[in-house]
Design a protein around this ligand. Structure first.
Ligand code: NAI
Ligand code: MG
Length: 361
């Protein structure tokens, strides 16, 4: 029997609750599809700071490097707010992505049929089937650029730098074009080339890479316009490729179209197929430990893991189908309304329900 070794980084906040439901669903899926899964848990973020005084222990990096794939919950919270930037939980997150060379973050914004009523957009705006893939560059740009604080004429100032190399832009462009080719062959590159030099290089480079993909229709959009177009007419988008910070913001915006940030999964990939899978939301300290978080983003991240890293597309599909079926009858608080026709359930009940609905097609 095939066995996959998964490094599990629960993180903190709601991380442990949502990861536990995702593991439950993966175990049930493995049973149904005839493969085995083993887990090795490691510390990241606030949990690692509390136990090891660092957001990213070296042991965690080693554990991820020797695994077949990585499942991550979320990190961060007010408890660690006073720490300097490079010692905060979020530094562990940036650090593990960088250490594993995971430069491409795939964030699908998909609306599950039963959730159409949960979208804040009118159903005629959402259209029949919203399915956008945001490809966010993950290991470059302003989150990793030179930063500092200084004093100018007695006034304190701080700066962060947006820098991209042609090599960094080329490889993320290839990821996005390859994906667009497997979908509807439409790619929109988002930048701020009317203002930023780094964006002008981004646009030139994406245009050059496009010459290798004559079958994909490429368009360009400024980020401020894209933010507006996502709520005006989201159906115009298929694949969006953009920088680290623009992708962070636009994918949160796209997520809301789908009803809740608690619905959206992500894959972070390097060149080799190895990947780290996590929900796009944070550690939601406001609801941590209350068993009300929506575990579906993490469960759907496991589906992405099966599809993109483990080569088990049927198992991935079975999880996505189980989620769609679950939403017909039950919802967690973030996607529930009294007139939605489904019952309100907890985080662990949603995990139980999805696990019970996973079956081979
Ligand atoms: P957040 O995504 O944690 O929460 C935003 C809002 O969405 C909150 O009201 C929260 O309750 C709700 N929410 C998030 N996930 C949910 C879920 N699964 N089910 C139901 N409701 C959910 O973002 P926020 O509040 O800005 O950040 C909290 C902490 O998380 C910060 O320390 C931040 O830096 C960190 N963070 C970590 C990320 C990660 O680990 N990948 C990503 C984003 C933020
Ligand atoms: Mg974000």
């Amino acid at each position: 029997m095939k066995e996959y070794r998964i490094a599990v980084l629960e993180g903190d906040g709601i991380g442990p609750e949502i990861v536990s439901e995702a593991v439950k669903v993966l175990d049930r899926t493995a049973q149904s599809f005839g493969f085995a899964v083993s887990y090795e848990r490691s510390l990241l973020g606030g949990a690692a700071i509390d136990a090891k005084k660092t957001p990213l222990p070296q042991k965690t990096v080693e554990c991820c490097k020797t695994a077949d794939s990585v499942l991550l919950g979320a990190v961060g919270g007010p408890k660690w707010d006073a720490l300097p930037g490079n010692q905060r939980p979020e530094a562990g997150l940036l650090g593990i992505r960088k250490a594993l060379g995971l430069y491409a973050n795939l964030r699908p914004a998909v609306i599950f049929g039963p959730l159409k009523d949960a979208s804040p957009l009118k159903s005629e705006v959402v259209g029949e089937a919203l399915d956008i893939m945001v490809v966010r560059e993950l290991t470059g740009g302003i989150y990793f650029g030179k930063r500092g604080t200084l004093e100018e004429n007695g006034v304190k100032a701080a700066f962060d730098t947006e820098k991209y190399s042609v090599t960094e832009i080329e490889r993320i462009a290839h990821t996005a074009f390859d994906l667009a080719r497997k979908r509807n062959r439409r790619l929109c590159s988002v930048d701020k080339a009317n203002v930023l030099d780094s964006s002008r290089l981004w646009r030139q480079t994406v245009c050059r890479v496009a010459e290798e993909y004559a079958d994909v229709e490429l368009s360009h959009m400024y980020v401020d316009n894209c933010a507006m177009q996502l709520v005006r007419n989201p159906a115009q988008f298929d694949v969006i490729v953009t920088s680290n910070m623009f992708g962070d913001i636009l994918s949160d915006e796209a997520s809301m179209i789908s009803g809740s940030i608690g619905m959206l999964a992500s894959a972070s990939l390097g060149g080799s197929g190895f990947g780290l899978y996590e929900p796009i939301h944070g550690s939601a300290p406001d609801i941590a430990g209350m068993d009300v978080a929506n575990p579906l983003a993490t469960i759907l991240s496991v589906a992405m893991m099966l599809r993109y890293s483990l080569g088990e597309p049927e198992a991935a599909q079975a999880i996505e189908d189980a989620v769609a079926r679950a939403l017909v009858t039950a919802r967690t608080r973030d996607i529930y309304s009294p007139d939605c026709g489904a019952v309100l359930i907890s985080c662990h009940e949603m995990g139980d329900l999805v696990a019970s609905l996973v079956r081979p097609a």
